[in-house]
Design a protein around this ligand. Structure first.
Ligand code: PLP
Length: 388
């Protein structure tokens, strides 16, 4: 399939193995871990061992590359494996990394353990909502610039193109974790990013039943280096059944995103008008401090909404427990709506001081808005908030 088709069409593309001769319209799940060779060291089909290559995985990689607007994708066993493989392929001992201070907490833990403690690199976290901070932080030693936009859980943005210029000025690899926005709402490679990382666990698979990740880039050498790190150092490619699940999820991905966003906008507007609710963090709201930037660089605003309650920690927990349609669980991107209390759940690994520094208060609530009927979501919130 051609790059010029619309995303909705690309999402449907079969992209099966070229050699498929049975007319399948769904990619078969190749479970074999090893492949018979014709003679010692000779294999006409090109496959040897599943950690190095698997037809189901390659079909998914072609599709993820096209959906992201790139030539290469590497499918990994989790978003975290995708982040680790990218780090191993781009950072050496003594290098500097510049990262958005709002990056996903797991990314920060990985940076500290792998890049700082094991590799001896330094990581400088900057408030990238102001691009001048990124411009000032990059130096000739900077090998990697790591951004996420919007961030988790405060939905902060960075200016994608300005960061690209800053990274290019020192020849650093610029990676965008596009998990929240997805290729449906944001195209970082078109704005100068070198690499896009997805946690496919979230919207791309979309059904909360598969952990996965992907590294996508136009740079063939970099893709090879990431693939090498994944196969030989981490040993964690995406298993064939998960490749099948993500491929299946992708078929409805654009449809789901429309509905996710429609519901999230309705929920954000409802919350913004509620007297018990303080700040609502959603880039689609005009009150979001970076709404103009969101309008300029995104094609939609996604479906994660966080907000502050005018309430104590205990009252906040009571409201959350009162919810019925929103399930109390971490993660996001599945069809069902979830509610998270970052202090005790997704950000609980941080110390109280760490959470305060990251702007995460005890009365912050994060919603991953699903594709149910919007009226039921709002009625659920209304009932729970009336307990305050
Ligand atoms: N990136 C972001 C923005 C995330 O929110 C997450 C997980 O929540 C990850 C990466 C890690 O993905 P995974 O849980 O698939 O390892």
């Amino acid at each position: 399939m051609d790059h010029d088709y619309h995303l909705e069409t690309l999402a449907m593309a079969f992209d099966g193995p070229e050699s498929g001769e049975t007319g399948d319209v769904v990619v078969p799940i190749h479970l074999t871990t090893t492949h018979e060779m014709e003679a010692p060291g000779e294999s006409a089909h090109g496959y040897k061992y599943a950690r190095f290559g698997n037809p189901t995985r390659e079909a998914l990689e072609r599709r993820l590359a096209r959906l992201t607007g790139a030539d290469h994708a590497v499918a990994c066993a989790s978003g975290t494996a995708a982040i680790a493989a990218t780090c191993l392929a781009t950072v050496e001992s003594g290098d500097r990394v510049v990262a958005f201070d709002g990056v996903y907490g797991g990314t920060r833990l990985l940076f500290e353990d792998l890049l700082v403690d094991s590799l001896g690199a330094t990581v400088e976290y900057v408030d990238a909502t102001d691009p001048a901070n990124v411009e000032q932080a990059v130096t000739d030693d900077t090998s990697l610039v790591w951004m996420e936009s919007p961030t988790n859980p405060l939905l902060q943005l960075c200016d994608l193109s300005t960061v690209a210029d800053a990274a290019a000025s020192v020849d650093a690899t610029y990676v965008m974790d596009n998990t929240f926005a997805t290729p449906y709402f944001q195209r970082p490679l078109e704005r100068g990013a070198d690499v896009v990382v997805h946690s496919t666990t979230k919207y791309l698979n979309g059904h909360s039943d598969s952990l996965g990740g992907a590294v996508v880039t136009d740079d063939g050498e970099l893709a090879d280096a990431v693939g090498h790190a994944l196969a030989y150092e981490l040993g964690s490619p995406l298993p064939p059944f998960d490749c099948y699940l993500v491929g299946r999820g992708l078929r409805t991905f654009p449809l789901r995103m429309d509905r996710h966003e429609h519901n999230a906008a309705a929920v954000a507007e409802y919350l913004a008008d509620h007297p018990a609710v303080g700040q609502v963090n959603y880039p689609g709201l005009e009150s979001h401090p970076q709404h103009d930037l969101a309008r300029e660089q995104m094609d939609g605003y996604g479906a994660v909404v966080s907000f502050e309650l005018d309430a104590t920690d205990a009252e906040t927990r009571a409201v959350i427990e009162e919810l019925d349609v929103f399930t109390l669980a971490v993660s996001l991107g599945g069809t069902e709506s979830l509610v998270d209390h970052p202090t005790t759940m997704s950000a609980s690994y941080l110390s109280a001081e760490g959470r305060a520094a990251a702007g995460i208060s005890d009365s912050l609530v994060r919603l991953a808005v699903g594709i149910e009927h919007e009226a039921d979501l709002i009625a659920d919130l209304d009932r729970a908030l009336s307990k305050l």
